[in-house]
Ligand binder design. Sequence first.
Ligand code: 13P
Length: 217
Amino acid sequence: MSMTADELAKRQAIIDACRRMNALGINQGTSGNISLRHGDGLLITPTSVPYDAMTTEQIVFMTMDGSFARDQKPSSEWRFHRDILKSRADVNAVVHAHPLYATILAIMGMEIPPVHYMIAAAGGDTIRCAPYATFGTAELSEHAVRALEGRLACLLDHHGMIAIGKTLDKAMWLAVEVETLARQYHGCLQIGKPPLLTSAEIERVRQRMAGYGLSET
Ligand code: 13P
């Protein structure tokens, strides 16, 4: 397989991010998947390959119409990766994982409310929870794209979490932040009903973050 240095670097960055995802404890086994915009399509992790064994050749190039080389097997979640990258010109990277606390909230069908000002990093005053649909389906993709409207992260009911960003580093950073917010919210719920920040305050934080180097995408 011949490829440019840029493409090879992107493929390696995807594998490195997958391994980081598990080292950070924000994913379980091979249940996550990652994609990066590339040319007129995307590069995406293969399905069910343990990250330690994943090679750059196994990363799949897919066009925006969903076609890929016959001998390759893209992630079963390629639809929402493709649909997010297709519908969001502001986004170049998509990270999907099943982090423990984010998934606990998702199982309960709960969104994350503004319990901490860092929620602004995900683009708004909540992190929505997309309704349940079977993994890998166009229906799940539609739900995910809708839950991400005006946002950079969402939960997936009975499933996990998606974080997106302008770069893979930013999407990875946000994935970790979403899990932190989920843990904080879960912890607060053990004590009682947490007081929330107002939407106006989250908007103020969003504007400050833009000047602080914590801009959203
Ligand atoms: P893969 O097909 O990427 O291994 O997917 C597992 C998964 O996350 C299903 O949601």
